[in-house]
Ligand binder design. Sequence first.
Ligand code: G6P
Length: 608
Amino acid sequence: MCGIVGAVAQRNVVPILLEGLQRLEYRGYDSAGLVVVRDGKLERVRSIGRVADLTEKCANTQGHIGIAHTRWATHGVPSERNAHPHISKNHIAVVHNGIIENYEALRTRLTAEGYEFTSDTDTEVIAHLIHSHYARGNSLLAATQASLAELVGAYAIGVIAADNPDQLICARRGSPLLLGVGIEEHFIASDVSALLPVTRKVVYLEEGDVVEVGRHSYQIFDATGKRVDRAVQISELSNESVQLGQYRHYMQKEIHEQPQALADTLESVCNSQSLVPGIFGAEAAATFADIDSILILACGTSYHAGLVARFWLEEIAGIPCNVEIASEYRYRTSVPNSKALVVVISQSGETADTLAALNHAKALGHSHTLAICNAPESALVRLCKLRMLTRAGPEIGVASTKAFTTQLAALFLLTLVFAKQRGRLTAQQEQHHLHELRHLPGAVQKVLELEPHIAKLAKQFAGKHHALFLGRGLHYPIALEGALKLKEISYIHAEAYPAGELKHGPLALVDKDMPVISVAPNDALLEKLKSNLQEVRARGGELYVFADANTHIRAADGIHIMQMPEHAGYLSPILHTIPLQLLAYYVALQKGTDVDKPRNLAKSVTVE
Ligand code: G6P
């Protein structure tokens, strides 16, 4: 949603802050800003647009302490006056990620106390609140702690004061924040990738932590105000993993990283001879024995991964499975089942709706919870009893790609573990699936070789305004995901339907201007799908078919075939996703959109 960086050092911190912001830009990109202390005064620079615009404006800015922010608007339109940092009485500056729920009441009170508001944001109340406590003689730490006690909502904040050039205060509750430990310098950031040029030593802050950060030392206080020690960890993230390298966009890079991401996610399993529940956590064996159904909760692309998993879980493991959009589940009256395993899927582990849905499920009495997540230190992982980490590495492109396919791999493992536990997997079948999983990265690599053909095909989409995606069974969620990718980054209106539903409505839309993209795996539904495709062709619709090897769908006038190198059985959804990701990417290139940072979207949505 928003990205925070802060630093206190002997050197000028402005280049560190700007580099950090650049690396966090995927979290929000409608405006950016920073503030430093210079000669006893706060010097703030803000800019609407990208970090590059801010960098230009910072040519003459310098300081040894500063905080910076890149924003994705929630309260108040994207504008310079709403950009962070927010300042109270030229004295206290604050950057904030999250949402303050009681900001209206606080704003009314602070206005009555004489504070003047210059933005529409909820963040500005934090700056004034801290100022009001600081002005009463409290230290910056005490003033921040007292202010946090009055806030309702989620936050990660960084705070500095004009008359305190050696101290930065930061705190987190519900939004991510970590501390970077350098030599005679310290940093804060929303995500470790922002700090890699300056340090790998990080302290992941816990919920409710408040930290007094100085140049030589730092002190952490927990939610109760008690001084605590937290482990310093060495981040394994390599600097290269967050750099673009030979690629034009992060999305392209991340599409190409999928063989490695899958190999990493499956590493422990593929190196062993059999599947054990322990891959989901120490308590998994005992927990799974008590489970009679599965409830999957997620948003966006992660929800689509859940939809694929439902097919696997019911068909292979024979376990009933429901999949719900997290933002819907949290607000509807559902019937809890204490024997259900609640599986939350999330790339970031910080999506507000998914976190709230998990908490709602727990409040309803669900105690069996499993997180499938790409962010090991995230709130979602901490809140669940069980976990399986996807090892996709940092995903920077807003449109999710490698996180999705690694989620699918993790969910397939979950299916196999349940199938085995329920006596539905023979030793021979287990070996077969393990063999297929070992082959998966190589199979994905072969699909990536279709890239030049798809790039050519994409030219035919650039002038279109709408597109229809069709799939059946296990591949209907892949059609949904293909449509989502296309709309996210190329802004072409795209819808997905189970192919059998075509005749019940969407067929009315089909004409020569409506490209119809179909996922055609070589499975039991192929013959039915072929008839659905005829229905499209008969109405003059242009068909683009992503067909498995040996499907015998022939190219003809108005039927374009993209042949997949092989058929992957149950793992076919993973392979079929790849060309649809590439199609969206190359259509977006044709249209000249901002592929990695599509308009109006954000990578992780930490508000409702
Ligand atoms: C945002 C992103 C999507 C993502 C969704 C869920 O909308 O733009 O790409 O699928 O959030 O995110 P999560 O991190 O929970 O998987």
